[in-house]
Design a protein around this ligand. Structure first.
Ligand code: PXL
Length: 293
């Protein structure tokens, strides 16, 4: 028999459009050779244009789902996405604290790429206090990094790092996030006003790697979930963090490049791009290029 797939446990919310959330995690993890376990935190009502409603689950149901699978199977990596409530954050923090040797990839989902709020200020505080200290790596975009790293003195020294280049203040955010207890911070640059998308991985000694990617035209839903799950899969497959972060970015960029627009809103990444027939993929690219022109 060949090697069984490594197991990744994803804590995430359901996205009925299949673009983000647990659906994105399952597709990405399976596509990268892992067996995905899914603990649902909340149910969203959404299409490719936006989130209409969110129903967080009872925190005991979240903890019970996790405990059931953790007592049955060896989990190689945890991945956390959208959380739903402060009580759910506390429940998950307690469960995973019983498994300190399992690496944790935390995607601090605060808002959707389209701006729908997905976390209250209380949830941001709970994430800082209960989840960040347990994380191997967190994967905020630049807006999430600024909000997570904000502290009470920021109004006073607002001008300190504010020149035309945003990099110093993002690196300061990374330092603060590392001080909160995570081992690595990957800040993605999709929302920055740069010609390429520049992603920086920080560790306690500073920047570990900087990767720049061609900025693709169009607006995508589910890219953050794809990237964080791809990192979880890479770690589960045995890659060290810096290499896993590169592999995950390359996979995510390719899935975005092969993106498709199934509805009337955003493009979705094609997490199974490699499984398409080559001629189909070429036709798809042409159709996408035409649609984006
Ligand atoms: O992309 C972050 C995200 C995560 N999880 C769910 C979402 C979104 C964004 O919309 O809906 C369920």
């Amino acid at each position: 028999m060949c090697q069984p797939p490594p197991i990744v446990l994803s804590f995430a919310a359901s996205d009925s459009s299949g673009g983000a959330g647990v659906q994105a995690d399952i597709l990405t993890l399976a596509s990268m050779g892992c067996h995905p376990l899914s603990v649902i935190t909340a149910i969203t009502v959404q299409d490719t244009a936006g989130v209409d409603d969110v129903m967080p689950l009872d925190p005991e149901w979240v903890a019970d789902q996790a405990r059931a699978v953790l007592e049955d199977m060896p989990v190689h990596v945890f991945k956390i996405g959208m959380l739903g409530s402060v009580e759910i954050i506390a429940a998950i923090a307690e469960v995973i604290s019983d498994y300190p040797d399992i690496p944790l990839v935390l995607d601090p989902v605060l808002a959707s790429g389209r701006g729908d709020e997905l976390a209250s200020e209380d949830m941001v505080m709970a994430m800082r206090e209960l989840l960040l200290p347990q994380a191997t790596i967190i994967t905020p975009n630049s807006m999430e990094a600024r909000r997570l790293a904000q502290d009470d003195d920021d109004d006073e020294d607002e001008d300190e790092d504010e020149d035309d280049d945003d990099t110093p203040s993002l690196s300061r955010c990374a330092v603060r996030l590392l001080q909160m207890g995570c081992e690595y911070v990957l800040i993605t640059g999709t929302h920055e006003n740069t010609s390429q998308v520049v992603n920086n991985l920080y560790g306690t000694d500073g920047v570990i790697r900087t990767d720049a990617w061609q900025r693709l035209a169009g607006s995508y839903h589910g890219s953050g979930c794809t990237l964080a799950s791809a990192i979880a899969a890479a770690l589960a497959n045995g890659l060290p963090v810096a290499e896993g972060v590169y592999e995950a970015q390359a996979y995510t960029w390719q899935s975005l490049k092969s993106g498709f627009r199934p509805g009337m809103g955003q493009y979705l990444p094609d997490r199974l791009f490699w499984a398409r027939d080559e001629t189909d993929a070429a036709d798809g690219d042409k159709a996408n290029d035409a649609a984006r022109r």
